[in-house]
Design a protein around this ligand. Sequence first.
Ligand SMILES: Cc1ncc(COP(=O)(O)O)c(C=O)c1O
Length: 419
Amino acid sequence: MNQKKNYHFNTKVIHAAQSSGDWHGATLPPIFQTASHLHPTAENLSQTFAGKTTDHVYMRLTNPTNRILEEKLSALEGGKGAVAMSSGMAAITNTCMALLRAGDEFVTGNSLFMSTYLLFTNVFKKYGITARLVESVDYDAIENSINSKTRFVYLETIGNPKMDIPDLALVAEIAHKHGLPLVIDNTLATPYLCRPIELGVDVVIHSTTKYLSGHGDAMGGVVIDAGSFPWPEERFPDFQPFIDRKGPLALLDKVWREHHINFGTTQAPFHAYLTMIGLDTLALRMERHMDNTLKVADYLREKPEVKWVNYPGSKDHPSHNIAEKQFEDKGFGGMLTFGLKDQAACFQFIDNLRMIYHLANLGDCKTLVIHPYSSQYVSFDDDTRRSLSITADMIRLSVGIEAVSDICNDLGQSLDRLQ
Ligand SMILES: Cc1ncc(COP(=O)(O)O)c(C=O)c1O
């Protein structure tokens, strides 16, 4: 087991939490398709409900297949524990709700995924919670937005779709100076590219629907606790019972006990199984995604119809240098945005494509395209869209792992036919 801890990431991604001995020799995780579990004695069930065993009771609470996924993802991120949930949004909602009380505030970036933005600004507002939005890379603005009501700082490793990359070690330092945890959505980077906990981050969230499962077949989310934040009494007076029960995993216990099991945000074990099958090839896929994206960005930059390309892999991108440092020269992610003349050109471009899929997802092994302004953000007013850098001329491309020449050829034939 200890030896496994020292494995290279590319090995760990396959072997972490594998336990074929307990799986009757099976090399793939078993799917425990059962709503409830038998208990040998009344005492055992009582102890389990009291949190004194790790036995399973009921699928809404825990499931053995999901637990394998939780162990794998926690190992890959270098966490102390994890809870898998039904979607990335479930993981974000439950984590933030566990941290917040009515009247609280938190500081976050203005380059958030669309549903996260709506949750933070519209839904939480109903409960008197204020999300203070600043530029994710404006460290003075982050610090200046912290006050006595702030409970955490929340950012995305790579903003979707703004593609800005905050310096996580620096933001963690700022948050910790004020007695606050830093929560990071690491969906676009994946632990292959970035392990935020190693940079001082306290809580890591993923939509596993994206690169981690990688095939557009499974929905899921996960929250991973570094287990190192001390939850000081003055900022977090409601954490004591959870600290008493679970010590360093107080937040994870609060997320699970207060929200996940009561909101019923359970991940179906079949989705956990599919995610684990996908995970086996994460390292290979990420290498190819990122290699292809660098080449696609270069290709697009040469096309006269393309007005601009936004990819941190470009040397002149404002986040290029921090990406190089933070991602240790492994790459810059598998997504980019680019601009055409206007919305009509974007529509025509999408309709002209022959191979690339037009759909609302990212991180699939297939190349995917979307016009965010007219789809996910269609009901947003123009001022809000502008503040989130969602423009009518913008195409978002999640570059897949196909032969890059085929991806470029499809993009090229579509661009060539623009009128
Ligand atoms: C960065 C990011 N976080 C969270 C989510 C939400 O994940 P899910 O769709 O699994 O709820 C998404 C979805 O696109 C995303 O891109």
